[in-house]
Design a protein around this ligand. Structure first.
Ligand SMILES: *C/C=C(C)/C=C/C=C(C)/C=C/C1=C(C)CCCC1(C)C
Length: 240
């Protein structure tokens, strides 16, 4: 116990001094707590959705670790300190969210191509977003390419074959699929708002009022989407 204390005392304690810093703290705790909950619920409803619950726990667990790093990096360096950690987190967790769609539709006959198309599009979305946000290219241009990939992800979920499979499955699977596709359409739309708040482009005059709140907006988006996805899966697992 004494050892543990010394470790804490040796490290510099970064006390949150503004709302954004506070959301990194609460984000780390909330993601960690959600992971514990999802791990303890692996066998909820008889364990039929064990793999899906495990993926939910991985998503929030990966985020929890990144939030610990981002919390300190943000306190030390602001936005620039966070960007790389943020995109490493997303490039791991967003494909896992695509896996969630595949897993719940697998029993209804989903093809691997659904999974790979979604993973490919989300990779394009995130790599081009990183190029724009890290200042490696024109932010408005690369943000636009990223937005196009995001549009196609929404299109696949709302108008593609995934919807037919979900309809075929019906019941709790259809309900979960519908909830998740709303998360992608509305919950994921939070991110481009954060991007436009934090980068320069044709949109700057509309989003000037949000100047300096990119990380805050991303943190809110992550909490809603990562924990929300997991709760949808939990709901599916315990459904009759
Ligand atoms: C857990 C993390 C999630 C669900 C992250 C999702 C991120 C996005 C949907 C990001 C989208 C972006 C655009 C659509 C355009 C501007 C650049 C991005 C990468 C912020």
């Amino acid at each position: 116990m004494e050892n543990l204390f010394n470790i804490f005392l040796a490290g510099e304690v970064v006390v949150p001094t503004n709302p954004t810093e506070f959301t990194f703290w609460i984000g780390a705790m909330a993601m960690g707590a959600a992971s514990v909950f999802f791990l303890l619920s692996l066998d909820a409803g008889g364990g039929k959705w064990r793999n899906s619950m495990l993926v939910s726990a991985l998503i929030t667990g990966i985020a929890a670790v990144h939030y610990l790093y981002m919390r300190d990096a943000y306190a030390a360096m602001g936005d620039e300190g966070v960007t790389a950690f943020r995109y490493v987190d997303w490039i791991l967790t967003v494909p896992l969210m695509c896996v969630e769609f595949y897993l719940i539709l697998q029993k209804a006959g989903a093809q691997k191509s659904l999974l790979w198309n979604m993973i490919f599009l989300s990779t394009v979305m995130l790599v081009t977003g990183y190029v724009g946000e890290a200042g490696l290219g024109n932010a408005a241009f690369w943000g636009g390419v990223s937005g196009a990939a995001y549009f196609f992800i929404c299109y696949i979920l709302w108008f593609g074959s995934a919807g037919e499979l979900a309809n075929k499955a019906g019941g709790a699977v259809l309900e979960a699929f519908t909830a998740l596709k709303w998360f992608v359409l509305v919950g994921w739309a939070i991110y481009p708002i954060g991007y436009m708040a934090g980068t320069e482009g044709w949109y700057s005059s509309f989003f000037g009022g949000l100047d300096g709140s990119m990380q805050l907006i991303y943190n809110i988006g992550d909490a809603i989407n990562k924990i929300g996805f997991g709760l949808v899966i939990y709901n599916l697992a315990v459904a009759k």
